[in-house]
Design a protein around this ligand. Structure first.
Ligand code: IVH
Length: 757
């Protein structure tokens, strides 16, 4: 009879093995009920012995807390991308590259491995002592987002591998299987949400979710194909490396062809093209890699890519169809975008019935007319585009397209006369009461990375505005469950009710949004010029909406910008002032000196507050300070809060008792401000996410690996190689208690957030 602890270990191993059989090999060997029974038993044992719960237990996949943003992770080895070869360059293009590598490696018999190029999101998984320690996006290749908690929810990713080197980083692609993607889109449509445009967007959108519980609901999958940092010697070839990964239980590309000449590589690429439609994932090409690892370093790298591998891009898929009409859509900011309504055609995986025409100039340039037969293309683009018109098939009566006449000079949604924005060749409806804009603002308010009100997509928003139930986003807080449940999403002839269950969910999400942080509210309010990034920057330096509305920092940014221009205008040495009298020049010099003094003071104030950084240019002064939020966004923000709409919104929020919190003003004083911190071991007083949040809130960065640039290591029990690295680099190591004490917090016992019962 095993002891309870032995039984627990045994259950974990069995579940891991069944996860692998199910999610990696797609060959389960037990029934769902049997699996559930094992899982239940493990949960019960862990409930009885919470001290035995470790992060790599299968019960802990969805243990992480929702966060407000991701910490940054520096990749120990940069995540490179690949240079492309294009199908249109054919075998010759391929030969040229292969010969160039042969010249770099004279006398070597080169082997090539051809793999599918999976169209998903590149990620890096870092295992330390066999445990999944960090998972990150590629980011800019040097630093990515720490999405460990989200990646842990992917069942094909082992949380624990046996017999692995102390440090093992593996890289690959997270994707949403095509079938799951279709199902998810159907469900989103049924719930009145805007479906994802393609599986890649769905995978990226899912992994960037701030709440791991939401990610866990998406059936994401992964395939691994390249190494990052590894403390042991890697297998000698790519083919062996993939087999080595597979033996640890990682999913690897099934299609692999080992080739020894350009002709063989070319044949493998063609073979892949003919079978790739049958894969469960989307591929946008092939990847050709030098098989022998030792030779790779000798072949070397260009400034951006390895010389020893290439991505082969298949021809982007094109199809011919006819434009039967052109509609005009009104965007959130009032932009009028022409859209070609097409006779539906099937194009690699989906039916296309619309294509964007971008703007009036684009239509004129390509001379696109209603009735035209056109070639459309899906070139990794979200929305297909019209490549060109098939002139031979143009109907005799097709007239050149006149944008303004087509919309009768009026915004199709509200009838207001639009204005042409010369800079963007776009027509814009400036009527703030335009219902199309109202719908967009509502959808924008509810977006995942804004206030995340699930269920409030285009269809529902349209119906709410059209039926007069909502005029602006905050009206959502006056909706009654019964009214919302009875909302008709269909037509009068064919009604389709939203339903009480969906309505209850939507209202709950609205309630949850009340306490969301300032950054999300600033983003959700759709202030012109304020996107997600700017909203985050504003929220860092202000603790409430009122503080943003009345921000000295923003006023300083605007006045510094104005003074910079005035300083230029007042320059006695400028070309414009060259014909002035000496006296006038002297007066200008005095004026300019005054302006410089004033601007320096404002610049210095911005730098001292942390809202601007000193310019790194040599000889730069505080006037050249680099601001966190630029003058255009700063002015737009102040203007919006001072406008009637802004003032009304603030008053309304106060009435509703909503006062989102932001700010980490203390950051400047915190011992972690501007410092790089590494977290390691299993934290006991807080979750890893909470610890990351704390570092970020204190103005610091979180990194996954210890180097001489690390300022602190926070270590919980079971910390391994990172502790040794800290010693090696003389980096101070803090216990969790010390870490909290430095933040001025006391060590409250850890919330039992990891337990799933
Ligand atoms: S190898 C240094 N193999 O395509 C080698 N990349 O265009 C790095 N990708 O950034 C990449 N499938 O995100 C490799 N079998 C595969 C791949 C693959 C998809 C992605 C990856 C990479 C991009 C390059």
């Amino acid at each position: 009879m095993p002891t309870s602890h032995e039984r627990l270990e045994q259950l974990r191993r069995e579940i891991e093995e069944h996860d692998r059989r199910y999610y990696v090999e797609a060959r389960p060997t037990i029934s769902d009920a049997e699996y559930d029974a094992l899982f239940r038993e493990l949960r019960e044992l862990e409930a009885a012995h919470p001290e035995w719960v470790t992060l790599d237990s299968p019960t802990q996949r969805v243990g992480g807390k929702a966060t407000d943003g991701f910490a940054q992770v520096r990749h120990a080895v940069p995540m490179l991308s690949l240079d492309n070869l294009f199908a249109k360059d054919g075998l010759d293009g391929l030969k040229k590259w292969i010969t160039s590598v042969e010249k770099l490696l004279p006398g070597e018999a080169l082997e090539w491995l051809v793999e599918p190029k999976v169209d998903g999101l590149a990620v890096s998984l870092r295992y330390e002592d066999g445990r999944l320690a960090t998972g990150a996006t590629r980011g800019d290749g040097e630093t990515g987002d720490d999405i460990t908690e989200n990646l842990r929810t992917i069942r094909a990713i082992p949380l624990h591998i046996s017999g692995a080197p102390e440090v093992l980083e593996v890289r690959g692609e997270v994707y949403l299987p095509v079938a799951a993607f279709r199902k998810m889109c159907d469900e989103m449509r049924a719930a009145g949400e805007e479906p994802f445009a393609n599986p890649r967007n769905a995978a990226a959108g899912s992994l960037k979710q701030l709440d791991p519980a939401t990610v866990a609901k998406r059936p994401l999958a992964i395939v691994l194909y390249s190494p990052g940092e590894c403390s042991a010697e890697l297998p000698a070839t790519q083919a062996e490396f993939l087999a080595w990964l597979a033996a640890f239980g990682f999913p690897v590309p099934r299609f692999q062809r080992l080739c020894s000449s350009a002709e063989e590589v070319y044949a493998a690429i063609q073979e892949l093209d003919s079978v790739r439609d049958q894969f469960g994932f989307e591929t946008d090409g092939a990847v050709i890699k030098l098989n022998q690892v030792a030779l790779r370093e000798r072949a070397g790298y260009t400034s951006r890519f390895p010389r020893w591998a290439k991505a082969w891009k298949y021809l982007s898929e094109q199809a011919e169809t006819r434009i039967h009409s052109i509609t005009v859509q009104v965007g959130r900011t009032g932009n009028l975008t022409p859209v070609a309504e097409l006779e539906p055609v099937f194009l690699r995986g989906s039916t296309i019935s619309r294509a964007t025409l971008h703007n009036e100039d684009e239509i004129r340039r390509k001379d696109i007319r209603i009735g035209d037969t056109v070639i459309i293309e899906k070139a990794g683009e979200v929305i297909p585009a019209v490549v060109k018109v098939v002139l031979e098939k143009r109907p005799a009566d097709a007239a050149p397209f006149d944008f303004l006449a087509h919309i009768h000079g009026k915004c199709p949604a509200c009838g207001h006369a639009p204005r042409r924005d010369p800079e963007f060749a776009a027509w814009v409806c400036e009527n703030p009461a335009c219902p199309a804009q109202k719908t967009r603002r509502l959808v924008y308010f509810a977006k995942r990375n804004a206030l995340d009100i699930e269920g409030l997509g285009g269809t529902v928003a349209d119906a709410l505005i059209e039926r007069g139930l909502v005029d602006e986003p905050l009206d959502l807080y006056s909706l009654k469950l019964s009214t919302l449940g009875a909302l008709n999403l269909g037509t009068d002839e064919e009604p389709r009710m939203f339903g009480e269950k969906n309505a209850a969910k939507l209202l709950e999400a609205c309630q949850r949004a009340r306490t969301m942080p300032l950054a999300r509210w600033l983003h959700a309010l759709a202030i012109p010029e304020v996107g997600e990034e700017t909203a985050h920057d504003l929220a860092k330096f202000h603790d409430s909406l009122e503080a943003v509305a009345d921000s000295q920092l923003l006023r300083d940014v605007v006045s510094l910008d104005r003074m910079r221009t005035e300083i230029e205008v007042a320059s006695p040495r400028s070309k414009a002032n060259k014909d002035r009298t000496e006296l006038e020049k002297q007066q200008l010099a005095t004026l300019q000196a005054g302006l410089i003094a004033e601007a320096s003071e404002v610049g210095a104030r911005l730098i001292a507050s942390g809202f601007a950084a000193p310019s790194k240019r040599s000889g730069a002064s505080p006037i050249d300070a680099v601001v966190a939020v630029g003058p255009v966004a700063a002015a737009a923000t102040l203007d919006w809060f001072a406008s009637e709409a802004g003032r009304k919104t603030l008053a309304r929020l106060a009435e509703l008792g909503i006062s989102p919190k932001g700010g980490n003003k203390a950051a400047g004083d915190s011992p972690f401000a501007g410092k790089t911190v590494v977290l390691t071991g299993s934290l006991e007083l807080m979750t890893r996410n909470e610890a990351q949040e704390k570092v970020r809130a204190a103005g610091g960065n979180v990194s996954s690996s210890v180097s001489k640039k690390t300022h602190f290591v926070v270590a919980g029990p079971g910390a391994g190689s990172k502790l040794e690295d800290a010693k090696k680099h003389n980096v101070p190591v803090l216990t969790e208690q010390e870490f909290l004490a430095m933040l001025g917090e006391s060590a409250a016992p850890k919330k039992e957030d990891g337990l799933l019962f």
